[in-house]
Every structure is written in structure tokens, then in C-alpha cells.
Design a protein around this ligand. Structure first.
Ligand code: 5GP
Ligand code: MN
Length: 344
């Protein structure tokens, strides 16, 4: 049963193994505004490397929401914007850098220039399309549901499955479920479930993880969601699309905190017949946009071509320097042509 076997390239593993053997100090960099997959894979790798006797450090380019701060080794993570000098010094004296869950240094945010200058060898582990040549060893596989799944395969391919303990398993499981909407999309490979089976056998507390990630709304956040699904929602049935718009005044009204809108963009896809859902969020200096779609609707093309972004076919993101309403108008303008181009 080939689809139950480790899918990591064995030649690349040999190269990574050499780099690991030669290195003592290692930096691990998730993408800016890290999500469950970026943090889960970073912290899984961190714990693995520490157990292998390396000096390692996760350096997140930016802060992240409270529902991701419970991971087993969270307290060890450095946030670049909270201590730039120390982080730059650590990266400068590293002999190996892992770039995880992103494939373009633009997504390393404020660390972009630091990483470009760094002399260390780099290993990338990522599952997004259109990778840029940013590392000496590039593990890039869009078939993987998450970077966490790749991290499991990576450690197993190094012959170290037995090093994966309960804490590492909880990190890996977190990325697998947050990147697949709790194994609902982008998760049709048998191997994913075999890996989940292994993680459960390692003793993870599935209910605790689900509860930490999903059952942690503040009352304000719940009300903000209510607003998004009521006054903030516009359904465009002709194009099987829905738009949520959040202005600064809405964020203020509901005491917005970082991460409060996480996952909101998925809700309109529960409306019968919807194929596309987009949320526009007005920030201080730009409009942040998240795109979701179903089936063979490559919404990442819209993110890439019109909103300075990209991502996966069904989950993408971008930004616009336009005003909130102008950004929404631009989307409404390009939507009919995009919709017509769909192969349905
Ligand atoms: P989210 O909507 O949850 O912020 O992001 C969903 C996916 O879109 C991410 O996993 C990432 O692949 C992609 N993405 C989000 N923002 C950006 C962006 O600014 N640029 C690119 N290239 N991809 C993004
Ligand atoms: Mn991911």
C-alpha cells in the first residue's frame, strides 16, 4: 500500500542529515503571523532537535493569538518584534536555519532581511504551491495537508520516529487539524490518518487540544462572529460567493484582539451552494484579506493576481493598500470573470 508509506524524498533526507550532523546551533522560523501549523511544526522540530542534543531556538517573526499559546514549549518561543537584537544575534551565529510553513522569505515578515543576510545553511519544510528557491535543501510538497504532517515524515525519514514523544505529537496534531479544518478539507490521503493514528498511540489528549484551539472564545469574539454573520455578511448567489467585511469601527466595538477573526471566513461556506468566501479586515495601514473556496476553485489565483498574496487552492490570503470599500469593489469587479472561468 504505497499511499501508507513515508512520502519524504530520501535523497533530500540524506542532504538534510549531513547539514544536521554539521550543525550545533539551529534557528527555526515560522511565517509571520504564525498559525497552528507554523507554530506546531516549529515547536515539534524544536523539541526534536533538543532531544537530539542540538542547541535550537524558535524565532517567530511576529506575535500570535492566545489560542496558540498553550503548546507544550510555547514559553521557549522568541518573538522577533519583542527582542530584535537577541534574535538577530542568534540567527547570525546559527549554522543551520529551518524555514517552516512558508516558501518565500517575504512571508518571514520583519525577519526577511535578517534571513537573506544570514550565512547559515537553510532547510525549508513547506506545503504551499510555487516555492521560491530560498533554501539549500527544499522539502516542498503540496500534497501534504500541513507542514506538521511533513515534519512527522521528516523525523520518521531520519529514522527517529521513536524520538517523537507526547508533546511533539501534540504539536504535530495541532497543525494537522488547524490546516484541514479538523480533517474536513485537504485531508484525503490515507497516510494522514495513519500518522494521526501514530500520534494518538503516542498519548496525545485529543479533547484537550480541540478544546484549547476551538473552545476559547471571549464573549466579545463571539459577538464579533455574530456581527460578521449578520450585518457584516453579503451573499452573492449569482457567483456562489460570500463576502464578510469588517471595518475598524467594528473591531473597536467588539474589542478586537489579534486572532479574533481566525476561522470566520469559513462560515459562509456552510451556506448551501457557496463555493467562495472572502473576509476583508480593515487594519491601520492596509486591508487584510482571507480567501476560502471549495473543490476545484483556485481562489489563490485571485489572491495572487489582485491582492498581493497567494496560498493554497482553497485557502489563500492577501492584502490591499486600497480603502476597505475599494478593495471589496475590486473583488466584486474581478469575481464575474473569475467565476465564468471556472470549470463547472
Ligand atoms: P489565512 O487566510 O488563514 O491568513 O491564510 C490562509 C493561507 O493563505 C495561508 O496558509 C497561506 O498559505 C496563505 N496566505 C495568507 N496570507 C498570505 C499572503 O499575504 N501571501 C501569501 N503568498 N500567502 C498568504
Ligand atoms: Mn500550513
Amino acid at each position: 500500500m504505497n499511499d501508507l508509506l513515508n512520502r519524504i524524498d530520501k535523497e533530500l533526507i540524506k542532504k538534510a542529515e549531513l547539514l544536521l550532523d554539521e550543525s550545533t546551533q539551529i534557528s527555526i522560523i515560522p511565517h509571520s503571523g504564525p498559525d497552528g501549523d507554523a507554530l506546531g511544526s516549529s515547536q515539534a522540530l524544536y523539541q526534536y532537535l533538543i532531544k537530539k542534543g542540538k542547541k535550537a531556538q524558535v524565532i517567530s517573526p511576529s506575535a500570535y493569538p492566545v489560542f496558540l499559546r498553550w503548546l507544550p514549549e510555547n514559553s521557549k518561543v522568541w518573538i522577533y518584534t519583542n527582542g530584535k537584537k537577541k534574535a538577530e544575534e542568534y540567527i547570525r551565529s546559527s549554522d543551520l536555519i529551518f524555514i517552516v510553513d512558508h516558501n518565500s522569505l517575504k512571508r518571514s515578515g520583519d525577519l526577511e532581511a535578517v534571513l537573506e543576510k544570514a550565512k547559515a545553511k537553510k532547510i525549508m519544510i513547506d506545503h504551499h504551491p510555487e516555492p521560491e528557491q530560498i533554501a539549500d535543501v527544499m522539502f516542498s510538497d503540496t500534497q501534504m495537508c500541513s507542514t506538521c504532517e511533513m515534519t512527522y515524515e521528516f523525523i520518521e525519514a531520519l529514522g527517529d520516529e521513536d524520538v517523537i514523544d507526547t508533546d511533539i505529537s501534540e504539536c504535530i496534531y495541532t497543525g494537522i487539524i488547524t490546516d484541514t479544518g479538523g480533517l474536513s478539507y485537504n485531508s484525503s490521503h490515507a497516510r494522514t490518518y495513519q500518522i494521526v493514528g501514530h500520534l494518538i498511540a503516542k498519548g496525545i489528549d485529543k479533547s484537550k487540544i480541540h478544546s484549547n484551539i476551538y473552545d476559547n472564545f471571549s464573549p466579545d469574539r463571539m459577538k464579533l462572529l455574530g456581527h460578521c454573520l449578520d450585518g457584516g455578511l453579503e451573499v452573492l448567489p449569482d457567483y456562489q460567493a460570500a463576502i464578510i467585511s469588517l471595518g475598524k469601527e467594528d473591531l473597536l466595538r467588539f474589542n478586537y484582539k489579534d486572532g479574533d477573526t481566525e476561522g470566520f471566513v469559513n462560515y459562509p461556506l456552510s451556506i448551501q451552494g457557496m463555493l467562495i468566501s472572502v473576509i476583508f479586515i480593515e487594519k491601520d495601514d492596509m486591508v487584510k484579506i482571507s480567501f476560502r473556496s471549495k473543490g476545484n476553485v483556485p481562489i489563490n489565483i485571485v489572491a495572487r493576481d489582485f491582492f498581493n498574496g497567494g496560498g493554497h487552492m482553497n485557502a489563500a490570503g492577501g492584502r490591499s493598500e486600497l480603502k476597505l470599500q475599494e478593495a471589496i469593489d475590486l473583488f466584486k469587479k474581478v469575481l464575474p470573470k473569475f467565476y465564468k472561468s471556472l470549470d463547472q
